[in-house]
Design a binder for this molecule. Structure first.
Ligand SMILES: Nc1ncnc2c1ncn2[C@@H]1O[C@H](COP(=O)(O)OP(=O)(O)OP(=O)(O)O)[C@@H](O)[C@H]1O
Ligand SMILES: [Mg+2]
Length: 476
């Protein structure tokens, strides 16, 4: 499929650090964070004017699911917009608590492991053609997903060393490519909690099921770096395209994907061998080189409609070269694990310490703090040590404006219904004004940014709206 819809769901870690007394559990902190959302949308599960979904499930991981994006750059904009919305909400939560006598800082972390060792996700959604045979797709995709962490992992400090039994290093601590790798156990499953798969096979296309399928990849790390996120979705897009186009790919089925994922994450050389189902073994770098070479050949032959692709392919290759040579200087402003490792290596050298030092683990966490004044990723970005792909103004625009897909219809609909004071219920496919069946619509085509019937409903609602402008977002 040449065209594709992309979406990313990010769960955030939350911690309130009071200046004095007034400790809040993560659940309590999350509830304070969502107060303006609930006041605005009368629910902790709302769709916004930019087409995205803000969501607080039971538990303590606020979630932002981007609107459907048809371009990689839109995906970066919309993903970063989610950070900015939560940053604004965190500031409001601090103000709310301070007015009630509890001063402190509301930290939101875009990472994947909390201090108790629980993992939370960053889920990627890719629209697929229903024609692609799903079991074949999974078979070819899994080895790619297992090894792509060399390029797009977010990096993680292990103060007690590598947690896998065979390679336990008790002294000095260690650093792995991925945050999520230690928590994922099998290739594909319909359950996301118990069995911990790389791919969730639940079949919910959020689109015309006779034409499309939605691939739900749940193995990835959240990315702070815009360019790493771009590479993550771009590389996966081209590999999916090859599988959909039935390109002959080498058979690299892994004997045990979960074990391979962990082994690769903890092997900075990229050379340690993992076992294939047919009895051969192969290193992670070689696995990735196979996919890179096939992708290059395919793009040379077929071309790509994506302007980002030359950069994605170049970054993919440079990152594999960096792992191979052990010299990350060519990628350490563009790839999360390398940007963060440079920061940590500097702190380790200055403090004459190592990865077992709790201060280094603290720096790891602070890298993922989404507050632009306090988070270490943003400090590095200001110093030019983390490359930007989009302008801050584009991200701000994306907090209010949907990308040109079905999300634009949803955004316009939600905005108009709110302005008109009409009770409405919305999901990825359905737009409904409660008690007004004539104003309800089903949008099965995720690419369609226009629909005369929806636009007519929006006009009608706006015509009946009082002239006071509604607020697009939970008030910021
Ligand atoms: N047809 C589609 N193809 C690909 N992605 C889609 C499609 N429709 C919606 N999406 C994206 O899928 C994501 C859905 O997020 P959501 O959190 O609602 O996931 P879910 O898996 O349906 O539900 P939950 O997280 O509640 O289990 C969003 O990022 C959205 O943009
Ligand atoms: Mg979700």
């Amino acid at each position: 499929m040449q065209r594709r819809i992309f979406g990313i769901e990010t769960e955030f870690g939350i911690r309130f650090a009071p200046r004095g007394l007034g400790q809040l559990s993560p659940e309590e902190a999350a509830r304070v964070l969502f107060r303006p959302v609930v006041a605005w949308g009368r629910s902790s599960n709302v769709f916004l004017n930019n087409g995205a979904r803000l969501y607080l499930d039971v538990g303590s991981h606020p979630e932002y699911a981007t609107a459907e994006c048809a371009s990689l750059t839109d995906l970066v904009r919309q993903d970063k917009a989610g950070e900015r919305l939560f940053e604004d909400l965190a500031e409001q939560a601090e103000d709310h608590l301070a007015l009630r006598g509890t001063e402190g800082r509301m930290h939101l972390f875009k990472n994947n492991v909390d201090s108790a060792g629980h993992s939370f996700g960053s889920h990627e959604n890719y629209l697929l053609s229903r024609r692609a045979e799903f079991s074949r797709l999974v078979r070819f995709l899994v080895p790619f997903l297992v090894s792509r962490q060399l390029v797009v992992g977010a990096g993680r400090v292990h103060p007690a060393g590598c947690p896998t039994a065979e390679a336990m290093t008790l002294e000095g601590g260690s650093y792995s490519f991925s945050q999520r790798a230690d928590y994922v156990w099998e290739a594909a499953s319909a359950a996301t909690t118990r069995s911990r798969p790389l791919i969730n096979t639940r079949d919910e296309p959020h689109a015309d099921a006779s034409q499309y399928r939605r691939l739900h990849v749940i193995v990835g790390d959240s990315n702070m770096s815009e360019t790493t996120l771009l590479a993550r979705a771009g590389m996966t897009d081209v590999v999916l395209r090859m599988i959909e186009d039935r390109v002959r790919l080498p058979d690299l089925e892994l004997k045990n994907p979960g074990m391979a994922l962990r082994a690769i994450s903890h092997d900075s050389s990229g050379r340690g061998a993992v076992e294939l189902a047919d009895g051969r073994s192969i290193g992670a770098l070689d696995l990735q080189r196979e996919f890179l070479a096939s992708a290059r050949a395919h793009l040379e032959k077929e071309g790509s409609p994506r302007p980002e692709m030359p950069y994605v392919m170049d970054l993919w290759e440079r990152t594999l070269d960096a792992v191979e040579s052990g010299d990350a200087s060519g990628i350490d402003t563009e790839i999360d694990w390398a940007i963060k490792k440079k920061l940590l290596d500097g702190a380790i050298a200055r403090g004459r310490t190592d990865f077992s030092d709790p201060k280094i683990a603290q720096l790891d966490l602070a890298y993922h703090d989404i507050n632009q004044h306090r988070g270490l990723f943003y400090l590095l970005q200001r110093k030019g040590r983390a490359r930007q792909w989009v302008q801050e103004s584009e991200i701000r625009t994306a907090t209010e404006q949907a990308p040109p897909t079905r999300a634009a219809l949803r955004g316009g609909f939600v905005d108009a219904a709110r302005r008109a004071g009409l009770d409405h219920t919305v999901d990825w496919v359905h737009l409904k004004v409660n008690q007004h069946p004539g104003l309800s619509h089903t949008c099965q085509d995720p690419f369609a940014a226009q629909d005369p019937a929806v636009e007519e409903s929006i006009r009608q609602m706006l015509a009946s709206a009082p002239s006071v402008p509604g607020s697009a977002m939970p008030p910021v």
